[in-house]
Design a protein around this ligand. Sequence first.
Ligand SMILES: [Zn+2]
Length: 162
Amino acid sequence: MPQFKVRVSKDYTVFCSGHFITYEGDKCEAVHGHNYRAAAVVEGELGENAYVFDFVTLKRLLRAICNRLDHKLLLPLHNAYLRLSEADNEIIVHYRNKRYVFPRDEVVLLPIENTTAEKLAEWIGGELEATLRAQGARNLTAWEVEVEESFGQAATCRKELA
Ligand SMILES: [Zn+2]
């Protein structure tokens, strides 16, 4: 049986965002940013018009998710080494003896443990999946999202759909 998938990655499926990750256990990077680029793949049976999923819609959905991250600082809600609190429209992050304060509207709080390219790909894929399910795309069997954080440096998350 032939298997089909479609992939989109456009010059507008990008997001320019700030972040910092914890690494090697409890160490923490300095705040910096990337011009991220996202790609999305969906796999599945061909529909009655012989395509897996409409390219135009897939591009639009991926762009909308990227736009939510664009020009924001990305913070993980579930990092064991970062302590987050919110007060007076600010997000305060404590890491050891460091304290960062960011305007609330310039931050995106993500339900992940670290803002690695891997976990960003998983989060984007989850958002995409929720939208695809809401649209009733029942022929899809898997999705894959790639997040490139700099040239030639990307992480991929793939999930099979039950
Ligand atoms: Zn980085």
